[in-house]
Design a protein around this ligand. Structure first.
Ligand code: C5P
Length: 220
């Protein structure tokens, strides 16, 4: 069996408006770090491309620090060919300000308008680069979970998408627990119930390794 390795993105990105203000989201990186720890514990090489988070890097995992979506894209594109699978667990901020204001915007009593544009779609860039590895994405949805997840699976050319319903308080961003539904490019659906993220990571990794035919190990 051919040796497998994983590039995992985790945490939020920050899109700076000026020197001291940014757009972001409440992601803490827990899910991505748990996946990195679990995959490394099974003997695979793991590179974690991580946004600003406070969690320690799991032992034996290589890490690259990034701040913005643009930097995350560059780090993924620079490193991806060395890894046979990509797990895009990061909560990439969808918008970035059109203009970065150097220094600090002086506050005033009038409303402030910030014009935004879309951040680069990292998975689209990976596809454009012709990456042939296995691709796993995440989707955080507030409604129509299955519909949106299946749409993203196709549109983003993924092999697996792992979706969670963030309308409930005990799952998704920053929670210690999560429940997910996994959808695959072969049309399967598997639901994993609410449990601690570390335990869930183990079940997700079991599923991924099984799906790529590595249940007896492809780490050597
Ligand atoms: O944000 P969205 O739900 O569309 O994210 C779906 C997947 O796409 C996730 O795996 C996420 O990490 C990835 N993504 C990306 N580039 C972006 C936004 C999201 O690769 N700019």
């Amino acid at each position: 069996m051919k040796k497998k390795s994983f590039l995992i993105t985790a945490g939020p990105t920050r899109e700076f408006i000026d020197k001291v203000r940014f757009l972001s989201n409440p992601s803490t990186g827990k899910m991505g770090f748990s996946l990195a720890e679990e995959i490394r514990a099974r003997g695979y090489d793991v590179l974690l491309v991580k946004g600003v988070v406070t969690l320690p890097v799991p032992s034996g995992v290589k890490a690259v620090d990034v701040v913005s979506a643009e930097q995350m894209k560059d780090a993924v594109i620079t490193n991806i060919e060395k890894y046979s699978a990509l797990i895009m667990c990061a909560a990439v901020c969808d918008y970035q300000p059109v203009d970065y204001i150097s220094g600090k915007i002086k506050k005033s009593d009038s409303a402030l308008t910030i014009r935004c544009k879309r951040t680069p779609d990292i998975l689209a860039h990976v596809m454009k680069e012709g990456y042939k590895g296995f691709k796993i994405g995440f989707a955080a949805e507030c409604k129509n979970l299955a519909h949106y997840a299946k749409d993203k699976l196709q549109r983003k050319n993924l092999n697996i998408i792992i979706a969670n319903d963030i309308s409930k308080p005990d799952r998704g961003f920053a929670a210690d627990t999560n429940a997910v539904s996994i959808f695959t490019d072969k049309g399967n659906r598997v639901d994993l119930p609410l449990m601690p993220k570390r335990e869930l990571a183990s079940k997700i990794v079991d599923f991924i390794l099984d799906y790529i035919g590595c249940n007896s190990g492809c780490s050597q």
